[in-house]
Design a protein around this ligand. Structure first.
Ligand SMILES: [Zn+2]
Length: 394
């Protein structure tokens, strides 16, 4: 089982220069390899790998970057190519890979070697990165298992983070918890479940969103290319990061709540296409966070031995969860479900019960289990367990 951790780094001025320098060298190597590939000079992964060795002879500077870190750029290039091919297969129009400019290259990665963690008794622990430095950080959480990979990331606000991927061998037994729940995700209540509990977006998140709007307006008024504009841009980036942190914190707590209390959880199978069909809802920031919530839920469920079932959401709002009548019509602003059978309750509560019923019915009619995609499979460290969980502002 793989777990991702995320820690803020506190490099000194001098260390930061080294980090930036390394970032730039990695970008250079990535672009160089891409160029080789584009010109069809070399198209084989192993051959490209060798090119890095040749390149080091011409540019001895590169020897000041840990060799595995440079090799990773080759891996990254090919994984980007694979991603592109998959998108193409789905019938979407795609271009080709582009050279990465300074602002589009934010990470470099140590794979398997070149790093160590030194825990101190003082305030700061240290992360040793080969050819860079021992960088202070606070290890607020113990890392379980063997560290496989460390990704160093530079955020637009100027902060540095390390995403650490570790692997343990433990096997997971299914949970003994037999409680079942359906969850409806909405805009009025963030989540409403089939046991009647509901949760709203936290107030401080709303406050930050208001602040973001204000700071963005300020940004638009600053003169292009001016120093003040650059400063304001950092200010906006900081708030973006703060919002992502606050939102993720809320979603982590919410998903944790469901995993701790239920062994079986039914949710809607949200697809982007649904949201496009409802432009009114798409306005809300909830959209992205709903799928993120489900991601977190699946991720935690896998570790806890819980089951998450996704159901087709169509009709769960209009249907009566008591008598099964398919068309108890209500408009978007109509908060009440009121059926001829006598059932009268919050519309989201009704939806949540429909979602649970649909999941259970689906289980009876299908023998194939619903696929649960682990969060770490597509890109390492997309989500992190950490003090202020985040990582969605890529
Ligand atoms: Zn009814």
């Amino acid at each position: 089982m793989q777990t991702a951790y995320k820690f803020r780094l506190y490099p000194t001025k001098e260390q930061e220069q080294k980090l930036l320098w390394t970032l730039n060298k990695c970008r250079y190597v990535y672009n160089f390899l891409l160029d080789e590939l584009n010109n069809q000079r070399v198209i084989d992964k192993a051959q490209l790998q060798e090119m890095i060795t040749d390149l080091k002879r011409i540019e001895p500077d590169l020897k000041n970057v840990h060799s595995k870190v440079l090799q990773y750029e080759n891996y990254r290039l090919f994984s980007n190519l694979r991603g592109l091919a998959q998108t193409k297969k789905k019938g979407r129009k795609v271009g080709s890979l582009r050279f990465k400019g300074k602002n589009w290259f934010k990470t470099f990665t140590y794979n398997q070697s070149g790093f160590a963690i030194m825990q101190n008794q003082t305030r700061y622990d240290k992360l040793w990165l080969s050819k860079i430095a021992e960088i202070p950080f606070i290890m607020h959480r113990d890392i379980e298992g063997k560290i496989k990979q460390i990704m160093i990331k530079h955020y637009p606000s100027g902060k540095w983070y390390a995403s650490i991927l570790a692997e343990t061998k433990e096997e997971i037994k299914p949970t003994q918890n037999t409680n079942k729940v359906g969850i409806d995700l909405g805009t009025m209540n963030y989540a409403y479940d089939s046991d009647g509990h509901h949760f709203d977006n936290p107030k401080h998140l709303d406050k930050s969103l208001k602040k973001l709007r204000k700071e963005q307006q300020k940004l638009s008024k600053k003169k292009k290319g001016s120093q003040n504009r650059a400063k304001q841009r950092i200010q906006v980036a900081r708030i973006h990061e703060k919002i992502a942190n606050q939102r993720d914190d809320f979603l982590h707590k919410l998903s944790r709540y469901y995993i701790n209390n239920y062994g079986y959880i039914a949710v809607e199978d949200l697809q982007v296409s649904n949201m496009v069909r409802h432009p009114y809802l798409a306005k809300s920031i909830s959209d992205a966070s709903w799928s993120r919530f489900i991601q977190m839920l699946c991720f935690k469920a896998e570790r806890a031995g819980c089951t998450v079932v996704k159901v087709e959401p169509r009709g769960t709002t209009q249907k009566c969860s008591n008598c099964g009548s398919e068309e108890v019509h209500k408009e978007l602003w109509n908060r009440l479900h009121k059926c001829e059978c006598g059932l009268e309750l919050d519309r989201d509560y009704n939806s949540a019960m429909n979602i649970l019923k649909r999941a259970l019915g689906q289980e009876l009619s299908e023998s194939t289990p619903v696929e649960i995609v682990p969060l770490l499979s597509n890109e390492q460290a997309r989500s992190e367990k950490q003090e202020a969980p985040c990582d969605s502002w890529e």
